[in-house]
Write a protein that binds this ligand. Structure first.
Ligand code: UGA
Length: 430
């Protein structure tokens, strides 16, 4: 099929490369000149593992020109929908892209909305700028850092729109739906189902999944806190929950709160969607509030333990391990709060070399450099390098003996052996 993807962010670029791998003729339109230049230079500006290599093996054209839309059978919209000041998704990029598509695309072409958009957006576009076209909601469920694996071996493909669009969507995902001739190893047995539904249901399915996962993590963080309060072992409790298939073994790691470009934005938007429908989504509201409290609780414990003007060696800036993405990162929020409170914060992250947005935050190129003369070491991102670090060697360079582990990566016994006073996330008093 002739496919044009609008937007070369991690969803758009991954979709473009994967669809080209499946044999489609793909053009990817990107209007950000700096980002486009890097794609044209053979680089992947997102640093998504394996993406630049796979892109080198397939024929996909990156361009700033929109003219391929005129001959495309399928146009995929994967532009950003960032959060505005009121917690609503800012749809200006989506509206601009779809207005252009509405003017250029051939009658009956399929427009696939991959961006996360409020429920009812596809219906609105179908009845306005995209009236001549067939609008399909097809949310993505990719995780940063594992986008290719998730794209080739999804648990499910969710799509919704006019019934006559179903066959072309099946053709678009071809070998993924057949589980045939794909790079890598499937996570589960058998190919994924295509779940065809209304556009509104598909739009809601995305918010429901992210909202549920975020709520699960907030619940897990509460369990860890309560376990400590009653003298129980959080990892034993969560480990037992993991074996119940109704709960599932994934997404049970307590931390200093969830972040990233998706959960914070999508949970807030989901709340706004519920409010707009006159529904008080009490569980989601609590999950969002718990997330803010989780970070504040961790920050307070550090502030209580170290004298003002102390130096904190912060390990981690990315919102999770395996990515250089710092958007809505709990590590950054923590750094800002500690700096505001008068502490000196020196950070190291294997994926983030600089953070110019916060000039008061020093970023160093090596773990020991960030921790040299630190009064307290704080782990904020779950990088394996931090789980495996030589604590005895670390203690030789730090001034103080406090170790705050916001991801529960280190066993308290190992920390004590190296001479650290250890505080895990579940080990903090209120
Ligand atoms: C998330 C979803 O997992 C994807 O399915 C979805 O497609 C994506 O959002 C999106 O909407 O585009 P992502 O933001 O890449 O993916 O990150 P996750 O791996 O889900 O992690 C989110 C946050 O939860 C991170 O801050 C992470 O550190 C935290 N987390 C995750 C925990 O604290 N504990 C866990 O056990 C798992």
């Amino acid at each position: 099929m002739r496919v044009t993807v609008v937007g070369a962010g991690y969803v758009g670029a991954t979709s473009a490369v994967v669809l080209a791998y499946l044999g489609h003729r793909v053009t990817c339109v990107e209007r950000n000149a700096a980002r486009l230049d890097r794609w044209l230079g053979g680089e992947d500006p997102l640093g998504e593992p394996g993406l630049a290599e796979l892109r080198g093996q397939v024929a996909v054209e990156f361009t700033s020109e929109a003219c391929s839309i005129a001959s495309a059978e399928v146009v995929i919209v994967a532009v950003g929908t960032p959060m505005d000041d009121n917690g609503r998704p800012d749809l200006s990029q989506l509206d601009a892209a779809t207005a252009e598509i509405g003017g250029l695309a051939a009658d009956g072409a399929i427009v696939v909305i991959r961006s996360t958009v409020p429920v009812g957006t596809c219906d609105r576009l179908q009845n306005s700028t995209l009236r001549r076209l067939r609008v399909v909601s097809n949310p993505e469920f990719l995780r940063e850092g594992q986008a290719l694996q998730d794209a080739f071996f999804p648990d499910r493909i969710v799509a919704g729109g006019p019934p006559e669009a179903q066959r072309p969507i099946e053709e678009l995902y071809g070998r993924i739906l057949e589980g045939r001739d794909l790079p890598g190893n499937p996570r589960q047995e058998g190919p994924p189902p295509l779940l065809w539904m209304s556009a509104r249901s598909a739009e809601l399915a995305k918010y429901a999944a992210n909202g549920f996962l975020a709520t699960k993590l907030s619940f897990v963080n509460e369990i860890a806190n309560i376990a400590h309060a009653v003298g129980a072992d959080a990892s034993a409790v969560l480990g037992s929950m993991a074996l119940d298939p109704r709960i599932g073994r994934h997404f049970l790691r307590p931390g200093l709160g969830w972040g990233g470009s998706c959960f914070p934005k999508d949970t807030r938007a989901f709340q706004v969607i519920a409010e707009g429908a006159g529904y008080d989504f009490v569980v989601l509201r609590a999950a969002i509030e718990q997330n803010a409290r989780q970070l504040a609780r961790f920050a307070k414990a550090i502030e209580r333990a170290v004298p003002s003007r102390s130096t904190v060696g912060l390990l981690g800036l990315a919102f999770k391990a395996g990515t250089s993405d710092t958007r809505e990162s709990p590590a950054i929020a923590l750094a800002r709060r500690l700096i505001r409170g008068g502490l000196n914060v020196v950070a190291y992250d294997p994926g983030v070399q600089q953070f110019p947005d916060e000039p008061r935050l020093s970023v160093r190129a090596a773990l020991v450099e960030a921790c040299a003369d630190a009064d307290a070491v704080v782990i904020a991102t779950e990088w394996p390098e931090f789980a495996e670090m030589d604590l005895t060697a670390l203690r030789l360079v730090t001034r103080g003996d406090l170790l705050f582990d916001g991801r529960n990566l280190i066993s308290p016994a190992r920390a004590a052996l190296a001479g650290f006073r250890y505080h895990g996330v579940a080990g903090l008093g209120d």
